[in-house]
Design a protein around this ligand. Sequence first.
Ligand SMILES: [Mn+2]
Length: 475
Amino acid sequence: MSSVINNNFEESRNHMELLLNKAKDKILDAEDVTIYSHTDCDGITAGSILSSIMDKLNIDHTVNFVEINEVETLETDTDLTIISDLGAGQNVSNLCTNSNSSVIVLDHHPPIRQLGTKLKGDLIEINPNYYGLDGSYTISGGGLSYLLAKTFHFYDLSWMGILSAVGDMQNTMTGKLRGLNTEILHDATEVGCVDYVNDLLLYGRHTRPLFVALSYFGDIHLPITNNRNECIHFLENLDIPVKNDLGTVRYLCDLNMNEKAKLFNELLTMMTREVPDKYVKYVPKLISGESYEFTFEEDYTPFKDASEYSTVINACGRNGRHELGMEVIKGNRDNIAGELETLVKDHKRYLAQNLSRIQEDNNVEILENIQYFNGEGIRPSVVGTIAGMLLSNYDWQKPIVGYTPIDSDEPGYKVSLRCSRLLGYEGVHFGNIVRDISEKCGGSGGGHSVACGAYIPEDNMDHFLQLLNNSVNIA
Ligand SMILES: [Mn+2]
């Protein structure tokens, strides 16, 4: 267990700053640096921030994107090694003791070492959880990497800290960024690279026609869900034109305040009708929240809105093209535009095909408290995305679990769980539940309250589902 320093926020931030400055000195002393970062949007963005720091300082470096289970066997032969968005929960003594490299761990996941642990090599570990700050929403791996960049006054990288926080879903429960993320947001608005507005939480503010965005809306099943015709009627009834005067289809970003207010009220009424009484008070939070935009990006592109941007980076990561995602973030987009477009298109097609296959084959089994599908044939990296997409087509009041075989020495499954945020607001934390149950099943897991995952040995999969079904009583 880690020790927690229970001082006030300012003291915590000051102590982090002390460690960040030590890390800064290590960087300035290094001739060459190895960067290891995680493979998801947060990790890719964190790697991009660290790489940008090294570029600006003209320091030789390599960036490698790795999975959690690879951390303990990593090697290094450079002066300095930086691990971001992972490392806190893994044994890193291999890196520290078998090399002369100094090691910096910038992670927001629960740490297994005490603050200030000494290993044979130099180790600087920076983690919000040491100060009682919950890493699931106060700051991301990329956010910590930005705080390091900030010690060099590289404020222009602050937008990446916002991208990583949104990519890590740090704003999902309250609809806005909190904790140390607000410091990053402050820096980003100060230098003018990020704007934020209160808006409807429809995904696709710049890239999905409004009536399409509406058809995908929400954690819960509505009369307009997956029904574009209904969505068009819905908008017409509200006097919100689907197209503008020139006949061009309109996006959420085209609506004026009055139109947005009408849309908000109508969605509120519709959703209030659909949910049990105990959830009614949470419904406004499902409909509106803060949206973050990058001021230097073009309107109507997938790079303007932070949440849409994170989809592009996730598409890169989930197709094993992490470097491509990093090039996008670092702004080297001209040469890779075609490649990126193809990748995102193929990714969407892959998701759509697997989604309809599961629905057509009637693959979703409904138990008393959970529903699940055997996603054999689906790549482990996207089984969670597909679970999330399926949720509104099934019983949104139960979590949905998908699993698919992983390629490894011991046969097992990658498991992903998604559920409505309404369950999270009621206090259910599936990340913790799944962590406990997966350990009982000889696996490992965890994550957010409404989105989490696990690795489970093949023989224990049925047992896992059974324990999960028994562990919650949704009704
Ligand atoms: Mn992360």
